[in-house]
Design a protein around this ligand. Sequence first.
Ligand code: DC
Length: 236
Amino acid sequence: MGFNDKRKIVIAIDGHSSCGKSTFAKAIAARLGYIFIDTGAMYRSVTLYALEHGGIVDGIVDEDKIVSLLDQIEITFRFNPARGASDVYINGDFAEGKIRTIEVSNFVSPVSSIGAVRSKLVAMQQQMGRHRGVVMDGRDIGTVVFPDAELKIFMTADPKVRAERRYAELTAKGDKVSFEEILENVISRDKADTTRAISPLRKAEDAIVLDNSTMTVEQQMEWFDAELNRVLSSLE
Ligand code: DC
């Protein structure tokens, strides 16, 4: 029996920044014919909009202003076959490249710690996954968004390995960044994500840990297949 013959489940992937969650989640979704939802792209979209509409001025995050902007921000995903994943659009405008700059990365943690931002995005995410058959990656998917997810994975990797991966990704795109700047961003985001008051990043009790510091994508997929089989047979 193939994977798709079985009942659809929710797969929650949480973990530290830049440890390949999206690559992993995307590969799993493609394999299962599930929808992949990158929730970080949604927090990044709100951050970009805030930067462009007076919610962040001269490096100062104005929470009240950002909350007042929320009703004007419509975030949608459209599947892009070339990427095998969905691109994010803000009020109908393509925003995929613009949300992944170092500037957005530097402000996304404070923006994602605003309660009203989280409530809006969590409600959208729950709506997107209501028919199950989704792979969702983020920080609070297994703890807050889908505490009843059938398979929860907590991904992590050594901070230096993560910084090297992000550095390679950004420089390949032509971004002028230094390795030290990226490492600093990785470390400070870990701290901000795990210590914030609302929905901090933490491993759900029933999540399984995947430390991929020294694993190839193929090895991670082998690991995943074994875990998926375990979960699916427990549901039969
Ligand atoms: O996955 P990412 O690095 O693109 O996410 C960007 C930021 O968004 C991350 O630093 C924390 C925040 N985030 C969050 O608070 N909750 C989520 N479910 C996803 C991301």
